[in-house]
Write a protein that binds this ligand. Structure first.
Ligand SMILES: Nc1ncnc2c1ncn2[C@@H]1O[C@H](COP(=O)(O)OP(=O)(O)OP(=O)(O)O)[C@@H](O)[C@H]1O
Ligand SMILES: [Mg+2]
Length: 272
């Protein structure tokens, strides 16, 4: 279940009372048909209801690792993956797994808010509609409100659901709309690639707050370049370095007593 062999430093499970939702064992990934070895023997678990932050210097494989979880690399030519990735105990690359069904278990939030060119309501309703998740219009209305509330946006937009487009909102509001949109398909896991990387500090605080509020219903994996953000929101932190996951452990432990020189120096701001 939890392979420690190939991480140079591995730390005890933070949540050993729950089985992991996902387990990666010795995952290797190459881009360009073997040209670029972007992930090297990466192993870690993701637990339900936790926020796991990926940190590390640029180009070290954080986004690449994130995209492995929901099989986002399937559509990129020349990507080769080996090793084992399990979700709920099942190999996600098993031929019996339907990739779109697998992807539906995840919501994706990108660095730059990218609302659809449509009303606020349509942005949020769309995911539930295309997957036929709601029985009728009334349920869909309740669902849209629920997603917007859970994204801490409802009060700001409730009077403009149909007469404002997503793009009419401020940058921070757009990012919370994108989170509401990601929630629309009722994902188990939220994957966030630098979700606060292009918004201001007040908007960042709002996104961080709602991430913590989403934990009872989701596991969240967040890539961040902000050490303060990782420290504020994450339960556990994974430090990537040149394609390897050098260290993963409880947030306070990584920030106060990282075992690898590289992680310590990175956290202290000495490189990266
Ligand atoms: N589609 C691709 N084709 C070829 N190489 C790629 C591709 N995507 C990423 N890479 C390379 O793989 C390595 C890891 O990239 P990745 O985007 O995962 O890093 P990252 O840690 O997310 O960096 P950043 O913090 O800058 O976002 C880098 O060397 C990058 O250039
Ligand atoms: Mg990245």
């Amino acid at each position: 279940m939890f392979d420690t062999q190939h991480n140079e430093i591995q730390q005890p499970l933070a949540r050993s009372n729950q089985p992991p939702l996902m387990t990666l064992q010795n995952v290797n990934l190459w881009y360009g048909d073997g040209e670029k070895h972007a992930l090297i023997d990466v192993s870690f678990d993701l637990f339900p209801n936790e926020i796991l932050a990926f940190i590390g210097p640029s180009g070290c494989g954080k986004s690449t690792a994130l995209k492995c979880l929901n099989r986002m690399h399937d559509s990129t030519r020349g990507v080769v993956i080996d090793g084992r990735i399990e979700m709920s105990g099942q190999d996600i690359h098993d031929p019996g797994i339907d990739p779109p069904m697998h992807r539906r278990r995840f919501g994706w939030v990108a660095q730059k808010p990218n609302p659809f060119p449509a009303s606020i309501w349509k942005n949020v309703a769309y995911g539930a509609q295309i997957h036929g998740l709601m029985r009728n219009k009334a349920d869909l209305e309740v669902h849209v409100e629920d997603c917007l509330r859970r994204a801490h946006l409802w009060d700001e937009v409730k009077d403009h659901l149909h007469d404002m487009d997503g793009a009419d909102l401020s940058g921070g509001q757009q990012q919370r709309l994108c989170i509401a949109r990601a929630l629309s398909t009722q994902p188990e896991v939220l994957l966030m690639d630098e979700p606060t990387g292009s918004i201001d500090p007040i908007a960042t605080a709002k996104v961080e707050e709602l991430m913590v509020d989403l934990k009872p219903d989701h596991a969240i994996v967040v890539v961040t370049h902000s050490m303060m953000e990782a420290r504020r929101v994450a339960d556990r932190v994974a430090y990537f370095h040149l394609g390897r996951l050098l260290e993963v452990g409880p947030t306070e432990q990584i920030f106060t007593a990282a075992r690898s020189d590289e992680a310590r120096r990175f956290i202290e701001g000495k490189f990266g």
